[in-house]
Every structure is written in C-alpha cells, then in structure tokens.
Design a binder for this molecule. Sequence first.
Ligand SMILES: [Zn+2]
Ligand SMILES: [Zn+2]
Length: 447
Amino acid sequence: MRNKICLLLAVCALFPTAAIHAQQSLDALIERDLSTLVATYKTLHASPELSHYEEKTASFLATQLKALGYTVTERVGKYENPQWTAYGVVAVMKNGPGPTVLLRTELDALPVEEKTGLPYASKVKMKNDAGQEVSVMHACGHDVHITSMIGTAKLLMELKNQWSGTLVLLGQPAEEVIDGARSILRDGLYERFPKPDFVIALHDSADLEAGKVGYTPGYSMASSTSVDVKIRGLGGHGARPESSKDPVVVAAQFVVALQTIVSRENSPLDPAVITVGSIHGGTKHNIIPEEVDLQLTVRAYKEEVRKRVLASIERIARGTALAAGIPEDRAPIVKFSETQVTKATYNDPQLTERLAVVFAKALGQDNVVKLPPVMMSEDFGYLSMDQTIPATLFTLGAVDPLKVKQSQETKTPLPSLHSAIFAPVPEPTLRTGVKAMTSVVLDLLKK
Ligand SMILES: [Zn+2]
Ligand SMILES: [Zn+2]
C-alpha cells in the first residue's frame, strides 16, 4: 500500500492534476493511519494529567515525535513557582530553506470526574497543586489535539518532498491554568528554537459537527483577569447596626454598581464581561462581619478596555465603601492576579483567511464555517508576541452530526467543553484534524 502511495505521489508531481491527486493521496495516508491514531487517542484519554503535572503525556508525545525523526527537547518551560517542573515538548524538523511554522498542542487535562461511561473513560485520580486528590479527565479535548499533532507530524515527515522550511511542534503544558504558554516563552522558546513566521493551533468544539472546521478572523477569544476584592467594614452585633459599618451591604451595593461599568462606561462596540463568581462573608445570623471577599473574572478583547475596566472596579469598590462611611484606612483591597491572567486570542486576519481557503480545498466548502468570537479565554495569544507573529487558532468539530441536529431540533444544549460527559467522536474528528493541520503546513511551506 505504501509503495503504491509513493508511486502515486511521484506521478502527481509530473501532471497538472497533481493537486487533486495530492488530496486523494493525503486521504489515503490518513485512512492508513486512522486506527492507530484512534488507539493513541484512547490511550491518552484514559490517562489524563493535571496542569503542571503532564509528565507522562509529555514523555509519550516526545517519544512519538523522536521515533518519527524530529529533534526533540523535553522539559521546556519555567514557571514562576520554582517547585513546579514544566513539561513542555519542542520538536523541530528542518527541511530546507523557507519559513518556519509552529504548531501547538496543549498537554493538560482538568479536575473533572468523567461520567461518559465510555470503555476508555478516565478513572485517573491525582493530586492537585493544593495536594488534594481529584479525579482527572481530558474534558477539553486536549487529547484530540495531541493525537492530531502526532498524525500531522507523521504525514509531514513522509511528505517531506512536498514542502520546504522548518516545522516546530510545541507540546504546551498548563493551558487550563493559563501559565503554560508564558512558562515556555520565559524559557526561551523563540531564542532556543527557530522563531516562527506563523503560529497555528486547533481547538476542538463541543458544538460543531465532526468533519467540519471553523475559523474566526480577528479577536476570537477574550483576555481574562482574575480579581480579588476584600470589602472591609467594622463588625459588630447584628442588632446594633448603628455601631458598625456593615461590609455585607457595601458588597451588595458594589456588585450592583459593577453592572454600570460595561453598560455605562464602556463602548457597546468593545465587548467586556465582569462576573462575580464568588462572594463570602460572615459566620452567623446575628453578627455583622468584619469583611466580605469577592472573586471576579474580567473579560475583554482590547488591552485598553481591560485596563479601564480594572481601574473602574477599583474606583467603584473604594467609592462605595467611602460613601457608606467606612474609614479611609479600611478601604477595600483590590488585587489583580498576576498569574491568573491571559491575553486575548487575536487571529491574524490575513493568515486566517488563507487557512479558510486551504480548508475549503481540503475538506470542501460546506465543511468550513466562519464562527463568531467568544468571551472565553486561553493562553495561545502569548505565542504571537503581541501580534508581531501572525497566529491563528482554528476550531475543529468534534460532535456526532446527528447529535448536533437533535440538539438543534429539541433546543437542548449539547454537553460543553469541560463537562463530565463531553465525548468527542474520535474517528471523524481526528481524520479532519490531521487533514486540516497537514494541509495548512503544506500550504504555508509549499515549495
Ligand atoms: Zn479547557
Ligand atoms: Zn482547551
């Protein structure tokens, strides 16, 4: 079979219908590898690891890429916390003159107890950063991404005569806790290894049919900043409010006042979200507590919007407290996390439109959809170095088309990413992931 394919490739090079033949041969190569890829996926799915602890996953990926002939460096990355080892994998294949393309996959899984009931469901438990034992699941589909990278790496190695340039494959740890991409850059990703001209990643989708891909030019995901606010009052007896300053009431006013930032201070054309995800204060019915703690997440696309929203949160917290008569020295403490923060994902429009054309050729126009941006976040944006390197993250459909249809008809939402019952359909998802990724590299590095 393999000899036949090689012969076909050689013949294609000689005739004008080469493009069609090349597509057919790519399909044949993917079909040849598909059962192995599905097995790889199931193995990865059954053995997920939490962010900061992706040791076996990284080693598995490194071993596979080494076996394919890539030059592989392991344990790339440096966290701010020196106690954590970064399990980044960087594989390089230099194949003549031309641009450098970097493909990225994440390696980590989530603290979710899998409830899919699949034969290859995860039963893994492991300790998290806080030392607690938790169940772990690839509930975001990073196992799909790793497997697609392995499949792509193999094809591009075999099709070396069809491209010229340098391919860099990055296995990035700790995406879910958004400090992985920064750790890799801090450890000199773009100094120690060839600096890319293009950065590409895919992410599976819990809404899009398997067999399809999606693309979003421009901002596609938001920046995310975690904010901690401590409203301090003066505690006392619940029956004597006159001799205390109640932080519960101030916190309640603060939460309501926050709603005016997006609605009254921000341009309606610049999306932003402020969510108070946690509020805690007090111990008992009849005690006015000393303080109330709130945890917020802030999402925005533009950096100036993010900065303005954060400044408004600080101003409103302080203003609300002072208006309630809380003394200056008990003003709220507002902290913007330096670790739980990530940049927006901006898909270089020109590169993204180029990919859309490649996808249409490879998968058929009906299988390529332009998707609207979302306010969720990921740390892929760091790899573009403030948009100085064209980067794009495209969407890979992972859901049984029948289920998508049923969900639309019955208006019942499908299980989302991070859900305990999120279950990508392996075969069509991987087939499309490998084909899309391989076709992109063949186009960006075409001879
Ligand atoms: Zn995720
Ligand atoms: Zn993810």
